[in-house]
Design a binder for this molecule. Sequence first.
Ligand SMILES: [Zn+2]
Length: 332
Amino acid sequence: MKALVFEKQGTENLKVVDVEKPEPKEGEALIKVKMAGMNPIDNMIINAIPGIKPMPHIAGAEFAGVVEKIGDGVTSVSKGNRVAVYNRHFDGSCDMCRNGMEMLCRNGYIMGVLSNGGFSEYVSVRQENLAKLQDGTSWEIAASLPVAALTAYHAVKRGGLKNGETAVVLGASGNTGQFALQFSKEIGAKTIAVSRKESLAEFGADETIPMQNAQDRINTITNGRMADFVINSLGEKFWNESFLMLGSNGRLATFGTLTGAQVNFDISGLYSKHATLIGSTGGSLAEFKELASKANSYKVRVWKKFKLEEGMEAVKELSAPERNGRIMLEIG
Ligand SMILES: [Zn+2]
């Protein structure tokens, strides 16, 4: 089978080669990958995260496909099922797993980091990690569930966003931003997208505003209340701005550091606003299955689709300043 492989970290080292097709072990299903999403984590796997294995390595933390073959003991899926893949290996038995936080499993890891990922024609996956897709779910949506959608879904839930509150999403046209808007709207929040791009009304944004003067605009829109919930996946560059968007009892969630990870932070604002700072990563298996069961009701904007052979270009395009939407790898 063909796979996008690197023997040494570095985008320039990516190449498509023939590798051995995996055989599903007991409890596993062999997935013929149809589509994979390109995310900052893949860029980090390919370029930065130490200790990646196995080597040579196949990245790809987000993918969906069709069950091609099942191993012994597999009962939850069968050949031909269309599935999305929960990308965390988990043991199901540690305290985190027992409390429904498989993404924090003490013996777990992300597919594509400590195992081969989905930038490949086939991947063998444990049946517990598979969610069947509703009829009509596009591959673009299916391959956006594991990282882009789930990360945003969990962060919005963790932020305790309620009907009638105001949510602000920074980087709103990005991978997670598009979904954060849709989930906030679904709850019944007033949603403000911060983006250089055109209106994001199609994803549920009530207002789309540029970062410049965003604080003043939010002040006007909310009649001085400011935001109840802010999602900032951009990191360093807009950290202070995003904190200033928060109103009393506000919550600021972060799960990304696209512009860097080091910030200076005046904590007097934190306590005087009675604010909560939320770190969030991935989402639980239950949330993933919940998302898969209603995936048809969501939209995704795809900016560019690449073939596996164009993987190197796909990684590079992730940081293109003009990017407006997702980058996907069309594989099957
Ligand atoms: Zn566990």
